[in-house]
Design a binder for this molecule. Structure first.
Ligand code: GDP
Length: 454
């Protein structure tokens, strides 16, 4: 159990109705008591867990800082599993900072990023997948993302991983027992039921792995390119997508002046749209995107919305673009459907197509459905365990590879020791996923990405 008492401002730095200073550790109540005087005269150390007191935060020289409500949590029934006091002061940078200074002067030290959650993990309150789900809840980009993250917080991934791990541990133990006592009947080790158990584990892992990409479309977003020759309506489509009421349209960090990225919610999915045409503030650039540029955009994207003007016959440039899309996750967006159709659509056989009029804003829900279908999110359910990030995905994939190799080794008559080693590899990858056997450096890496105060 970490001994030092840590503190940080847990609310965003800025003006709001309240700011919360969180203090955690064996000395949390003693520290808070030096800074907080309850109006009732009651001492924090006499209060039970889950109780609150109104009063004021005062410096050592008894000068008043702000009115506050102190919330007391007693170990282990707190976020971190330690004693915790949360002081809620008026929401403002100065009251929160002055209160925090006072808490430091009383003996707490500054919490590192994610340290409260790291302590919750180290104290066995949550596993790594649950800790990571907290980050996803905070950063959720839409309702579906929130519901996936909440399900992970409630232990959905942990439970599925634990079930597979337990079966594999049993398998490894049975094999070890057989190696030691080959003449005995070992429970669970008759050929058929053993293979069946490994198959079940493999299937569960395949299910987890195969839902990852669709989950990422909801949680992290899909890098999407809108391509097409000039004047087909790319900018108008971009505007139609961006102006949907639910869209969060924000320039993303790291973008250059030339390429602006917009985050657009369409159904459950987040499209990360990068384009130059139509989204420049000045609006003075009508960009003529040549085939060269389309190639680059297509390469860098996970999904392509290829726009075609069906009020004109398709020409060579349209056909060149169609050819570029053959091996890409792509939707052909047939625009200007409000005008008489002159294009022969047979060239688009094999493409997923949607008819829209970007100008009249029709076809949005059909486009939304098609995007869901292409990105695989149509059947996505928060009742299923959905891996949250690359780390989890990589552990699950390692476990699946080791397990498949173990099965192969078993049927090809390789020594049982080799099979046991491979099953152990699979177990280790799963224990790393849940954090039950993750190295300190992995754990540190995860929590350093949290914000201070979380
Ligand atoms: P871009 O060069 O591909 O970005 O094309 P724009 O979005 O700038 O559109 C080119 C022209 O087509 C503009 O005059 C738009 O108003 C028009 N346009 C775009 N979408 C539609 C549509 O659905 N119907 C009709 N009739 N005109 C459209």
């Amino acid at each position: 159990m970490p001994e030092s008492t840590i503190a940080a401002i847990s609310t965003p730095k800025g003006e709001g109705s309240i700011s919360v200073i969180r203090i955690s550790g064996g000395g949390a109540i003693a520290v808070a008591e030096k800074c907080f005087v309850a109006a009732s005269g009651k001492r924090l150390s006499d209060m039970s867990g889950y109780s609150a007191a109104f009063g004021e935060v005062v410096r050592r020289d008894k000068t008043h800082i702000d009115e506050a409500v102190a919330l007391v949590f007693r170990a282990p029934k707190s976020y971190t599993g330690e004693d915790v006091v949360e002081l809620s002061v008026h929401g403002g940078i100065v009251p929160a900072r002055e209160c925090l200074k006072c808490v430091f002067a009383a003996g707490a030290r500054s919490a590192a990023p994610g340290e409260f959650t790291k302590r919750a993990f180290l104290n066995g309150k949550i596993d790594l997948t649950e800790a990571e789900s907290i980050m996803e809840i905070i950063g959720a980009k839409g309702e579906a993302a929130l519901s996936i993250a909440k399900s992970a917080k409630e232990g959905k991934i942990s439970r599925d991983i634990e079930k597979i791990t337990d079966k594999l541990l049993f398998a490894a133990a049975s094999l070890a027992a057989y190696s030691d006592f080959p003449e005995e009947d070992i429970e669970g080790l008759d050929g058929e039921s053993f293979i069946k158990m490994l198959n079940e584990c493999e299937e569960s892992l395949i299910k987890l792995i195969s839902g990852f990409e669709a989950g990422q479309a909801v949680l992290a977003g899909v890098r999407t390119a809108i391509v097409g020759k000039p004047n087909v309506g790319k900018s108008t489509l971009m505007n139609m997508l961006s102006r949907q009421e639910l869209s969060i349209v924000t320039p993303l960090a790291g973008t250059t002046r030339d390429i602006i990225e917009k985050q657009v919610n369409i159904g459950d999915i987040i499209l990360l749209l990068s384009d130059t045409a139509g989204i420049r503030d000045s609006g003075d650039v009508i960009e003529h995107i040549g085939v060269e540029r389309a190639i680059k955009k297509i390469q860098n994207s996970q999904l392509v919305l290829a726009v075609f003007d069906i009020s004109q016959p398709f020409d060579d440039e349209d056909k060149k673009i169609m050819n570029l899309l053959k091996s890409k996750k792509c939707i052909a967006v047939l625009n200007k459907s409000d005008l008489p159709q002159k294009a022969d659509l047979s060239g688009l056989a094999g493409f997923d197509t949607v008819l829209i009029s970007a100008k009249n804003k029709t076809g949005y829900s059909e486009l939304s459905k098609e995007i869901s279908k292409v990105c695989g999110t149509t059947g996505l359910s928060p009742d299923d365990a959905i891996l949250l990030n690359e780390r989890q995905y990589s552990c699950a994939t390692r476990a699946k590879t080791a397990l498949s190799e173990a099965k192969e080794a078993l049927t090809s008559g390789i020594t049982l020791d080799a099979v046991t080693v491979l099953i152990d590899d699979a177990v280790n990858a799963l224990l790393e996923l849940s954090g039950k056997r993750a190295s300190e450096s992995i754990v540190n890496e995860i929590f350093k990405n949290f914000c201070i105060g979380k």
